[in-house]
Ligand binder design. Structure first.
Ligand code: FES
Ligand code: FES
Length: 893
């Protein structure tokens, strides 16, 4: 096999021919000696099971291939280094073995988005080929070179144990091929994901496709004086360089306010280090990036606004042209707080600070725009709301939305970080400019610079209780750094304020939440948005009050949790599906016995809205389309991002129609007008589930009338579910406050070992109904992993507006060996408005975790920690990850 490199620049450097064996076949490839093996494999040889998650950091493991029989990260190997060697990728593994790995991962539910999985599979092949039976701890250590942001590794290690047993002659448990609600149905496209066969956007190639690269601002605040693209345009292989001048429509995008230019024009300010000033389209990715470095931009550097408290002072430089620096203020108040606190037996007060963190979905952002013969543009997106993408991209292009056919390629993790647009508009502009297909894929540094993060919050709490520990009142003030653009920052602070008292009865309260613009990287949606931060603070208050009252943490919470009929902080009376009591009871045995054994134990409860609520009209829409072959397309407008939505929706259809799961083919594209907004706020199952049921009931009625699927070929069954009865903060509807449709509830217990290291997490969650218990459990395990990182190690400080690191180890995401045992207890208190009683589970999993860790640490060493991450704690010090020195961060954080 001979292949010509399409990577190499033609600027005077001679390409060479390299020879090696690839998956058993003699292979010759022309490339530059310093081309990375991962790029040659992916872009020249079209081997797509190797993924690029961090290259060339060698820290995620997604790009693993065997070189001479040993797994190696191919982003750290130059093509010249493999001359004469043997390379094996998953494509070269025997069919029987591939089936074993795919089935084991399916049976164990060891994959979610699947972006990390092919790399892991090759590592696991090597591990399990050594003929030893490894313990769970050994396996975890052996997986240290791999990152998974979705699973928490628990079920990956389960899969490794299954593979070990199978290679020793045992049988795998059966993969569940069919099933309705409540069954452990296998993940839709799970085998294809495990083996790297199902493409992500960056894996899709189109004949004649160009590769795009972006030019980002190096400054947090500066005026763009001049942009000169001449040198970049002169590079052979460069087809176009786009700037603001090339945008035919409206450059300004944004989910709530159109305050974010997809290109910053000459004469305007750049407002953060992810602002785009130019985009290059070229024949190869390498040429595009090299040419991008030749775009000359003159900046007049301005002093950035980096502190949200300074930003909202009179006279502060205005960050954003569309909105003043005070982005939003949310207030909730009832009763006389001063009197309530003055009359309390005990009062605690303090300021809690949480940090900015990175989503670190394993798949960096990518988009592919392909001009169609009929003049439309086919945009492949991996975002959390393709109809929102279509609306905004059409506006940028100055074209009607009908000119865009948009298709979701289920993504490699989102967690809120793929709600805002990153590369979609620039990709579309380049495709229109050149008339050719264009694909842009961000590298890890660009990804970290561009997309919004979790808000750092400073929260001052004063909370009282009576002699028995019953809460009497709270005064809570908080401010969050929303960065340079609005994103959904105001909504995050709205949720933070609404959830500020946790799942506790608070008879009297005064809460104020402020979001402010700065020139830092924007902050927006991230799993749990706002609830995680305030949970850390309110749980700290409860622990401090419990100590004053002289009762334990469990009892303190038991005396204060909400029940049906109680009022939530927003004024909403909770009318149904309030399972917090059952979750507390579920952990009591573990909590008491660990304490009796002398262990340091922490406990925290959590609440998280399911559905956006707060007055938003929300819809879920579905179309079931019967095909001539008897299969049924299941169309939804929400995004599959590893959470298992498409599997769950299939189960809803199976449950309703009685048809087998294999008949349903879920899809997300703009063939139908199913726009439902972003996949956010733990709402996709809540809204899409009933819409599938609605459509499926219509199909079932036809089937029950005696018609078969062949008779129904071509029929389209429409389903819709609408929520329009929630109220905005401070408003009522029909005399009632209902800020949210429903809530998830949880109690988590954290147990430390003798050294103060987290040994065990017990997570009891009220999920309403577990539509797929295995996936539900997996979601919570993955969320606990994220919550432990949030508590102990994860941070992304900025200095002068620039993240101080892009290294995955320094960002602090936990590896498999850092994970304690995680025991999930599913509680089902049915939600009448949810599908089959279910409510969202995507976010609540990490809401209580940091609070429980802080409580356990205080039980261990007597120190009440009020700042995240708790990196100086014994639990964090035991984790061998990189560390960011204090000197490398701005003071506010
Ligand atoms: S280790 Fe190679 S892409 Fe991450
Ligand atoms: S399943 Fe591992 S990163 Fe998503």
């Amino acid at each position: 096999m001979t292949a010509s490199a399409t990577l190499a620049s033609e600027r005077g450097r001679a390409m060479q021919t390299f020879h090696f064996t690839l998956n058993g076949a003699a292979t010759a490839v022309e490339a530059l000696p310093d081309d990375m093996l991962v790029d040659v494999l992916r872009e020249v040889l079209k081997i797509k099971s190797v993924k690029t998650g961090c290259g060339p950091q060698r820290e995620c493991g997604a790009c693993v291939a065997y070189i001479d029989g040993t797994p190696r990260v191919t982003c750290a190997v130059r093509i010249a280094q493999v001359e004469g060697r043997k390379i094996l990728t998953l494509e070269g593994v025997s069919d029987n073995e591939r089936r074993l790995y795919a089935d084991a991962f399916q049976a164990a539910a060891g994959l979610q988005c699947g972006f990390c999985t092919p790399g892991l599979v090759l590592r696991i092949k090597w591990l399990t080929d050594q003929g030893q039976t490894l313990s769970r701890a050994d396996i975890a250590r052996a997986l240290d070179g791999h990152l998974c942001r979705c699973t928490g590794y628990v079920k990956i290690i389960d899969a490794v144990e299954l593979i070990q047993a199978a290679k020793a002659g045992g049988a795998l448990p059966a993969v569940i091929e069919d099933g309705g609600v409540g069954q452990r149905l296998k993940r839709y496209q799970g085998s294809e994901l495990a083996l790297g066969v199902r493409p992500f956007v960056a894996d899709i190639d189109v004949p004649g496709m160009l590769y795009g690269a972006l030019v980002l601002s190096p400054h947090a605040r500066a005026r763009v004086v001049r942009i000169d693209t001449a040198k970049a345009l002169a590079v052979p292989g460069v087809i176009a360089v786009a700037t603001a001048r090339d945008v035919p429509g409206n450059r300004w995008v944004g989910q709530i306010y159109p305050d974010w230019p997809c290109f910053v024009a000459e004469g305007e300010e750049v407002r953060y280090v992810g602002d785009v000033v130019a985009a290059v389209a070229a024949e190869t990715p390498r040429i595009a990036r090299e040419a991008g470095r030749l775009v000359e931009v003159d900046y007049e550097v301005l002093t950035p606004v980096l502190d949200p408290l300074e930003a909202i002072k009179p006279g502060a430089p205005r960050v954003n042209p569309v909105h003043e620096n005070l982005l939003s203020v949310t207030r909730y108040a009832r009763g006389d707080v001063d009197a309530a606190l003055a009359g309390s037996a005990h009062v605690v007060t303090g300021t809690w600070k949480t940090q900015r963190i990175e989503h670190l979905f394993l798949e960096p952002e990518a988009a592919l725009a392909v001009p169609l013969p009929d003049g439309r543009l086919h945009l492949y997106s991996q975002s959390q709301g393709i109809f929102e993408d279509r609306r905004q991209v059409a506006s940028v292009l100055g074209e009607p939305e009908a000119n865009l056919f948009i298709e979701l390629v289920p993504n490699g993790g989102g967690f809120g970080g793929k709600e805002d647009m990153t590369v979609q508009a620039q990709t579309a502009v380049l495709a229109r400019l050149t008339g050719r297909a264009v694909r842009i894929v961000l590298n890890r540094e660009e990804s970290i610079r561009m997309h919004p993060k979790r808000h750092p919050l400073t929260m001052t709490y004063t909370v009282g209780c009576d002699v028995d520990g019953r809460l009497t009142g709270a005064r809570i003030d908080m401010i969050g750094d929303s960065g340079a653009y609005a994103s959904v920052g105001g909504k995050v602070l709205e949720r933070a304020a609404g959830h500020a008292c946790g799942p506790y009865r608070m008879p009297v309260l005064a809460i104020e939440g402020i979001a402010a613009y700065t020139n830092n990287v924007p902050c927006g949606a991230m799993r749990g948005f706002g609830a995680n931060q305030t949970s850390f603070a309110i749980e700290g208050c409860l622990d401090m009050l419990a100590a004053k009252v002289g009762i334990d943490g469990w009892e303190m919470r038991w005396r204060n949790i909400v029940h049906v009929g109680d009022m939530f902080s927003t004024g909403q009376i909770l009318e149904k599906s309030v399972g917090i009591e059952q979750t507390l009871l579920a952990v009591k045995g573990a909590y008491d016995s660990a304490r009796a054994q002398g262990r340091a134990v922490g406990i925290a409860c959590g609440i998280k809205n399911s559905g956006i609520g707060n007055g938003a009209i929300e819809t879920g829409k579905c179309r079931l389309v019967v095909q001539t072959d008897g299969s049924i397309e299941l169309h939804t407008g929400f995004t599959e991002m590893g959470q298992g939505l498409l599997t769950i929706l299939t189960q809803c259809a199976v449950e309703t129609t009685g048809l087998p799961a294999r008949l349903f083919r879920p899809q997300v594209n703009s063939r139908f007008e199913l726009g439902s907004g972003q996949t956010t706020g733990s709402r996709a199952s809540l809204l899409a589930g009933p819409s599938v049921v609605d459509a499926a009931q219509k199909l079932k009625a036809d089937l029950d009338s005696g018609l078969g699927l062949k008779d129904l070929a071509g029929r389209v069954y429409a389903g819709e579910h609408r929520i329009d009865d929630t109220t905005a903060p401070g408003e009522t509807k029909n005399g009632k406050i209902k800020t949210h449709t429903t809530f998830g509830f949880a109690t988590q217990v954290v147990v430390l070992n003798e050294a103060g290291v987290v040994e065990r997490v017990i997570a009891a969650h009220d999920v309403g109904r577990a539509l797929n218990p295995q996936q539900c459990e997996a979601q919570i395990q993955g969320a606990v992993h994220m919550g432990l990182g949030y508590a102990l190690t994860e941070e992304l400080p900025c200095k002068d507006g620039m993240p101080v690191t892009f290294k995955l180890r320094e960002i602090g995401v936990l590896r498999a060996q850092h994970m304690p045992a995680v025991e999930v207890i599913l509680v089902e208190d049915p939600e009448p408005e949810g599908p089959f009683g279910a409510k969202g589970v995507g976010e609540i999993g990490l809401v209580p975790t940091a609070g429980a860790v802080a409580g356990a640490l205080e039980a261990f060493d007597g120190i009440r920690r009020m700042r995240l991450p708790m990196k100086e704690s014994p639990a964090a010090r035991a984790i061998n990850l990189g560390r960011i020195p204090d000197a490398d961060r701005d003071q506010w954080h």
